[in-house]
Write a protein that binds this ligand. Structure first.
Ligand code: PLP
Length: 355
């Protein structure tokens, strides 16, 4: 790879904003650390990357991403312990997925080792911004946008790759009520559902808003063709415990291959649970809820790790699930993952990058 790409220009902020942060009241995604990383793609190659003070961008109104949405992102976290050690969790998986998204959206890829080095360097520069408190972390947002000043539909010839970070508090989610969606669709076979591409999220807002008006905080998406099979829960993957078996829809081109879900399944297998990654029908979930076999249901994703679901709505009926305090698997796996990400348990799966 071009050697230029590894020569980071670093311009440090003159005066850190860190003392203006209300650390006891950190809203998710609204507080930004001092620095950001920027790398432009021009003339068929990545140009010299730099780390600079976090600042606004200046773009022509004709910038192609603003019109046609050629944009992708990743979401990951860094953790810090009391000994000032910093941990990244399965960052290689984010690097790989970022490039898979890039290919689907006709965008250039970033070599995986470079992607990880960038993250390590940026996080290290702002390591004081990672709250060393139980459950707290630094959210990391790598993304890429198409920057051609051209109002025509074609893959852009120029791009901007950036990373910025946000200190975030413990993300406690109240158990949510969800509605099984059988009209609207998040992703269809052949579409972009497996990519973290901006348009997927824009398209999901309206159906989610309708569900919220009916009292459901989130949707369970079903397949676009028959609306018979469960895909995801909002912008998280979904995991069920039916009897003693941990079940999740198999990833496909309509289901985002989530790292949290993958880790939960690996841990479940390691703990001796029966696990199944396959098509999961709405019918079977409703039947399991009716006969008391549905022990646990939760969303899995980086922001919340585990988001318990307390009620599932389907065809005019609410199915209530066991109290979260009675759920063995999700409580155990959440606790273990939290400890794992903070380096407090043996890294038996080789998931941690420490620096
Ligand atoms: C990011 C994302 C997830 C969760 O992936 P993680 O790697 O676990 O954070 C699930 N579904 C969608 C649609 C997503 O965008």
């Amino acid at each position: 790879m071009a050697t230029d790409i590894m020569q980071l220009d670093i311009t440090r902020i003159e005066e850190s904003r860190i003392n203006s942060v209300d650390w006891d009241n950190l809203p998710f995604g609204r507080v930004f650390s001092d620095h950001m990383l920027v790398m432009d793609y021009e003339n068929g190659a990545w140009q010299k990357p730099s780390i600079q003070p976090f600042a606004d961008l200046s773009l022509t109104p004709a910038t192609s991403v603003l019109h046609y949405g050629q944009t992708i992102f990743e979401g990951m976290k860094a953790y810090r312990n009391e000994d000032d050690e910093v941990f990244l969790f399965r960052a290689d998986q984010n690097a790989r997925r970022f490039n898979a998204s890039a290919e689907r959206m006709c965008m250039p890829t970033v070599p995986e080792d470079v992607f990880i080095d960038f993250i390590k360097t940026l996080v290290d520069i702002d390591r004081e911004w990672i709250p060393a408190k139980e459950g707290y972390s630094m959210y990391i947002r790598p993304f890429m946008i198409a920057t051609d000043p051209y109002v025509g539909i074609r893959p852009s010839a120029t791009y901007k790759f950036m990373i910025f970070t946000c200190p975030v508090g413990a993300y406690y989610t109240e158990p949510v009520k969800v509605k099984i969606e059988i009209d609207y669709t998040r992703a269809a076979h052949g579409g972009t559902g497996a990519a973290k591409a901006g348009g997927n999220y824009a398209a999901s807002l309206y159906p989610a808003k309708l569900a919220q008006e009916q009292g459901y905080q989130q949707l369970i998406w079903t397949d676009a063709k028959e609306h018979k099979y469960i895909e995801e829960a909002g912008t998280m993957n979904v995991v069920f415990q039916i009897g003693d078996t941990i079940v999740t829809p198999k990833s496909s081109d309509t289901i985002l291959d989530g790292i949290t879900r993958k880790s939960v399944m690996d841990i479940a297998r390691d703990w001796g649970y029966q696990t199944e990654e396959r098509k999961v029908s709405v019918q079977e979930i409703i039947e399991a809820a009716e006969n008391g076999e549905l022990k646990d249901v939760f969303g899995a994703g980086t922001a919340a790790t585990i988001a318990p679901i307390k009620t599932i709505h389907f065809e005019g009926k609410d199915y209530n699930l066991p109290e979260t305090s009675e759920r063995e698997f999700s409580n155990k796996v959440l606790d273990y993952l939290n400890q794992y990400k903070h380096g407090k348990v043996d890294d038996k799966f080789n998931w941690i990058l420490k620096f």
